[in-house]
Design a protein around this ligand. Sequence first.
Ligand SMILES: Nc1nc(=O)c2c([nH]1)NC[C@@H]1CN(c3ccc(C(=O)N[C@@H](CCC(=O)O)C(=O)O)cc3)CN21
Ligand SMILES: CC(C)C(=O)C(=O)O
Length: 292
Amino acid sequence: MTHAVSPAREPAAASPSATPTLYGGSGTRRITIRDLSLAKERGEKWPMLTAYDAMTASVFDEAGIPVILVGDSMGNCHLGYDTTVPVTMDQMTMLSAAVVRGTSRALVIGDMPFGSYQEGAVQALRSATRLVKEAGVGAVKLEGGERSLAQTELIVQAGIPVMSHLGLTPQSVNAMGYRVQGRSDEAAHQLLRDAKAAQDAGAFAVVLELVPAELAAEVTRSLHIPTVGIGAGAECDAQVLVWTDMMGLTGGKMPKFVKQYANLRQTMNDAAKAFAEDVVGGAFPQAEHAFH
Ligand SMILES: Nc1nc(=O)c2c([nH]1)NC[C@@H]1CN(c3ccc(C(=O)N[C@@H](CCC(=O)O)C(=O)O)cc3)CN21
Ligand SMILES: CC(C)C(=O)C(=O)O
């Protein structure tokens, strides 16, 4: 093994003043769930993005995004399906492996696709184990609090970190649609019970999707593990967006919670047309692009 960092720098890295921050820190080793836990203690917020391929993941890793989710939103955003429901373990394993290969610092979380854990704890552990062994992910995510309690417990006991996903759970789209969750008193209490159940089962973090901001804030205050919001207001410990949405690549009407940071769809359309016009008009290739 070769060490890029000289031994003289190691004591400094261990001193309190050099506490690594999740975003903007200088560390180069992989982020761990312990780093996320310490960030909550410090009150430090962190960003998470999805990725479905090695190149995109390497861009986010280089930009310092500490946590990358290989979401089953790959169904919509990478594979052309209408929902996340058709996504398979083979697809999830292949694209998670690509994201792991494209990164060196980010914690990579592999989503458990619909049908890969609903049968019970043993099936869930088998699926999670496959994502760890074949793709090399550092953690997995699954939907449901109380209803996925046995699955979460067994996977965590096996030594695989679990992120729980509550509120709008897209794998249940056929039962619940894409509506804001937890609006009634009863639903709000259920969400709090689900969050506590996930924490008690050993989950290291909880995604809160499409939940009223006040309720997400209450969940965030009542848990010692971090909450990751998407359409859940500003009080969550972390925020996640689907990368093709926030980069303006997805196209179509965006959910209200999306902020667009780029317009890749326009950029790529312009570039494709410029290339086409050059080819049709004979402006590409020039001599410098050819071999003689
Ligand atoms: N491209 C993409 N982005 C996502 O965020 C995403 C996916 N795909 N696929 C899986 C789920 C599905 N998601 C969705 C899909 C639609 C809405 C939506 O239309 N929401 C309405 C709110 C409706 C209400 O008020 O109850 C909105 O206007 O935001 C929200 C989340 C989030 N996830
Ligand atoms: C939106 C995030 C949380 C997700 O579950 C996904 O990308 O599949």
